[in-house]
Design a protein around this ligand. Structure first.
Ligand SMILES: Cc1ncc(COP(=O)(O)O)c(C=O)c1O
Length: 409
């Protein structure tokens, strides 16, 4: 149909101009869509919702999200990647795709609590049972695997208590029993270690089935975006997870995808800077009279330190790599003193999450947590290090410790 006889709005909507190919710039072009046009009906019939050889509908992605997925797959050393609306959505999606009524799932005793809550409450309603295991003890995991166990979650390190698990030992147990494994690798951001290249101490490769990240943390780096990713090397698993993803109607906004594409190239620099600052501050916190435990896997006395060294130390330099986050316990502090410490801080803001530019503090009451037995008190204070100058942060911590000491009878 010639455009000449058409009304102005129709001509604008069906404008024939397409820009010349060959444009190149620093950023990935932004493509937003719910509807995606097909050239003909054969293309509709041949659409590929699983492996990104074509486009189908906004829920299955656009060129912008395809690019982010490919970059994240490369970072993890995986073949496939799928984006989810948050880190927690990535976790729940894996559970919903891989588990069914009658199955049993195992979680580390220090697992991210909303992940445990989903399994214990939501999945229980669908007939899935769960149990926790000690992530520092592969024999404990082995003893808890039953014929119904269809998935074992791993988390390195625990996001509040920071124990680095015996990843090699745990994977060896699961691989030997043929049980699928999924790792929450948010802490390592695939910079501290490569999740799909893990091996035994004598170099035998270990199989990990699925890796998830809360991109909300380091990949975003801004404290302003929620997103998650799921990676795998297994095409059948990718299909199963992607099918559930479509059935649940999960999608991510392309503005958020663009924000992460912009932050990703500087993530390694931020990660290293926040790691260094966190280690300096963890050492400072360890010198404080009130402090009983400093929970940072790179510190020699922390639970899981040897496992951290084995997995994160060798691939880099002797110092290894770690996220810029740690916790501490002041065993003699009561709940009021814990609150007073958090509220005395001026630069550290009270808030959840990590990996952003502003340093954060959060207090956790671990009573009732299966990880409580490794702690000197029920109260744990977590510090997430941002991008402020480390001397300013140290001075802030020092004045908060002094405030609590002043008001301690
Ligand atoms: C270890 C870990 N996994 C997953 C999540 C969930 O990420 P999101 O906040 O994007 O849902 C978090 C969030 O704090 C986390 O700490």
């Amino acid at each position: 149909m010639s455009g000449d006889g058409l009304a102005a709005n129709t001509r604008l909507l069906h404008h024939p101009y397409t820009p010349p190919p060959g444009f190149a710039g620093t950023t990935v072009p932004m493509h937003k869509a719910s509807t995606i046009f097909f050239p003909n009906m054969a293309a509709v019939r041949n659409r590929d919702w699983a492996f990104k050889s074509t486009y189908t509908y906004g829920l299955a992605g656009t060129p912008t999200s395809y690019v982010l997925e490919e970059r994240l797959a490369t970072l993890d050393g995986a073949r496939y990647c799928l984006l989810a609306p948050s880190g927690l959505a990535a976790i729940t999606l894996v559970n919903l795709a891989l588990l069914k009524g009658g199955d049993h799932v195992l979680l580390p005793d220090n697992v991210y609590q909303p992940s445990r809550d989903f399994v214990r409450h939501a999945l229980r309603d669908f007939g899935v049972t769960c149990d926790t295991y000690d992530p520092l003890n592969a024999e404990d995991l082995a003893a808890r695997i039953t014929p119904q166990t269809k998935l074992v979650w791993l988390e390195a390190a625990g996001s509040v208590t920071m124990e680095f698990p015996d990843l090699a030992g745990l994977l060896q147990v699961c691989n030997a029993r043929g049980v699928r494994t999924a790792l929450d690798n948010t802490w390592g951001a695939s910079l501290a270690f490569r999740p799909f290249a893990l091996h035994t101490p004598d170099g035998a490769p270990l199989k990990l089935d699925v890796c998830i990240h809360a991109l909300t943390k380091y990949p975003s780096g801004g404290g302003d975006v929620l997103m998650g990713s799921i990676t795998t090397c297994d095409a059948e698993l990718l299909k199963a997870i992607k099918l559930r993803h479509l059935q649940l109607g999960l999608s991510v906004g392309m503005n958020d995808v663009e924000a992460i594409l912009r932050s990703l190239p500087n993530m390694a620099l931020r990660y290293a800077a926040q790691d260094q600052a966190a280690r300096n501050l963890a050492q400072f916190v360890a010198t404080q009279e009130a402090v009983t435990q400093v929970l940072h896997p790179a510190l020699p006395n922390a639970p899981g330190h040897a496992h951290w060294q084995a997995v994160c130390g060798a691939a880099n330099d002797d110092a290894g790599a770690a996220a810029g986050i740690f916790s501490f316990v002041a065993a003699d502090w009561n709940a009021q003193q814990v609150d007073a410490f958090c509220e005395s801080l001026q630069l550290f803001r009270i808030g959840y999450s990590w990996g952003g530019p502003i340093s954060l503090v959060m207090a956790y009451d671990m009573e009732g947590s299966p990880a409580r037995h490794r702690l000197a008190s029920r109260h744990v204070i977590r510090l997430c290090i941002g991008l402020e100058d480390v001397a300013d942060l140290q001075a802030d911590l020092a004045q908060a410790f002094a405030q609590v000491a002043r008001h301690t009878p």
